[in-house]
Design a protein around this ligand. Structure first.
Ligand code: FES
Ligand SMILES: [Fe+2]
Length: 442
């Protein structure tokens, strides 16, 4: 349970809010690289944390993320032409570069377009990076810009990764909580007959026996370990015998979560929840396999394969969404799946959006299986309050600590979480950065 005041702090990310300031100390995904498919292609409107922005790819292939208002007389640059290594306002032809600089002002005599004029005519632009097939921006104070986080999916080569996104119509924090709440698998994603032969294997390799263990043990024992970038979260369930089935998720500040089911050698998946505003969220979804190229059925939504990807339209809006009741089929609910909703990602979206556009956390009844969710809230609210008191978030200064993995393992009984992390990943917090050290040094 949270106080109303803390719920506000956790959920509001617009300019000038406590959580908004915290987010603006980190690199944030803005859109997919493929939304700007080639130099001088049409610009794309983006709204991030309540700020309306415009993304474009200039003649040389570099991406700009700028405020969309022309500094001459306020025309919308979305109407403009992307040309001559900038975006040219359609009204009187002022040209702006990816850094927001005014490169040309045809209505002003050329003698006057130097020096002070250039400074005055510049529009707001955020620093941009492209990594992992995603365009990222840093929207905070320039003097605080951190190094880019070493998330593993951005470090592997292109054929070893895939990225997409989906719209979810609710506040970012409850969606993030849904990703970290690994207890819900025992119900939300279950088939009615867990012993049937038709249970599909999930993206990370979890198959029928893992599903049965999850169904039979809806009270996983949680262990949380804080590390420099966030939290490793273990959930331990009984198996058929003496062994324990561990699923370990990762939360990385401020808004990344890695899924817990991946078995050794299989494909990892993660999601980053980017507030569009306080009641809508872009969920960036990505998969990576450091050991082998991804299979075709691991790249985005594939019917029948349980995964983080939703079936979406050309605007990345899920086909099964709140306006059509997620196409819930009550007959399927009776005989096939626990929800009657097709798709693991869609099941998550339905239940998370059902909590309200901004979940009311003042009226909850939390228990031991909510430990991960509670730890996430405490970490984020404390960090936002600390920043408002002048204390910078330490995670922003540790790009190396973002190179971690999540995943599952079956171990003998009675192991501590520290032992399990070492057994599954070979490192104390799931770190995988050793193999990328040479890349970071380049
Ligand atoms: S309003 Fe953009 S050039 Fe005049
Ligand atoms: Fe889920």
């Amino acid at each position: 349970m949270l106080s109303a005041e803390d719920n506000e702090i956790l959920t509001r990310t617009g300019p000038g809010t406590l959580m908004g300031d915290l987010f603006r100390r980190f690199w944030i995904p803005v859109l997919l690289s493929c939304e700007l498919p080639e130099p001088d292609c049409p610009p794309v409107r983006v709204r991030i944390m309540g700020e309306d922005l415009l993304a474009f790819r200039n003649s040389e292939g570099s991406v700009g993320v700028i405020e969309p208002r022309c500094s001459h007389r306020g025309a919308d640059l979305f109407l403009g032409r992307v040309e001559d290594c900038g975006i040219r306002c359609a009204y009187h032809g002022w040209l702006f570069g990816t850094g927001g600089e005014c490169l040309e002002a045809p209505t002003v005599s050329s003698n006057d377009t130097k020096g002070k004029f250039r400074e005055r005519a510049a529009i707001r632009a955020y620093p941009v990076r492209e990594a992992g097939d995603i365009v990222w921006a840093y929207m905070g104070p320039p003097e605080r810009m951190p190094e880019f986080p070493m998330m593993e999916f951005t470090l592997v080569s292109a054929e070893h990764r895939f990225a997409s996104k989906k719209l979810q119509e609710a506040n970012w924090a409850q969606l993030c909580e849904g990703g970290l709440d690994t207890a819900h698998f025992s119900f939300l994603h279950m088939p009615v007959d867990v012993d049937s032969a038709n249970i599909p294997t999930g993206a990370g390799g979890a198959g029928p026996q893992h599903m049965r263990w999850m169904k039979n043990d809806p009270k996983p024992r949680f262990s949380i370990k804080e590390h420099p970038a966030g939290l490793a979260m273990g959930g331990a369930r009984h198996t058929d015998g003496e062994d324990t089935y561990w699923r370990i998720a990762q939360f990385l500040m401020p808004n990344h979560g890695f899924a817990p089911s991946t078995l050794v050698g299989r494909t990892y998946t993660g999601q980053t929840w980017v507030p569009i505003d306080d009641i809508n969220t872009w969920v960036f979804c990505y998969s990576w396999n450091p050991e082998q190229p991804l299979q075709e059925n691991e790249k985005g939504y594939v019917q029948g394969v349980p995964s983080i990807y939703s079936e979406v339209d050309e605007n990345y809006v899920p086909i099964r969404n709140r306006r059509n009741g997620y196409m819930q089929d009550r007959t399927a609910q009776k005989y096939e799946t626990f929800t009657g909703i097709v798709g693991v990602s869609e099941q998550d979206a339905a239940i998370q959006e059902s909590q309200g556009r901004i979940a009311d956390r003042t009226r909850e009844q939390l228990g031991p299986t909510d430990l991960g969710v509670v730890s996430f809230r405490r970490l984020m609210i404390d960090a936002a309050k600390a920043l408002s008191a002048g204390e910078e978030p330490p995670a922003a200064a540790r790009p190396d600590a973002y190179c971690v993995r999540s995943g599952a393992i079956v171990t003998g009984p009675e192991k501590s979480f520290d032992e399990v992390l070492l057994t599954r990943f070979g490192t104390p917090n799931g770190e995988a950065d050793r193999q990328y050290e040479s890349q970071a040094a380049e």
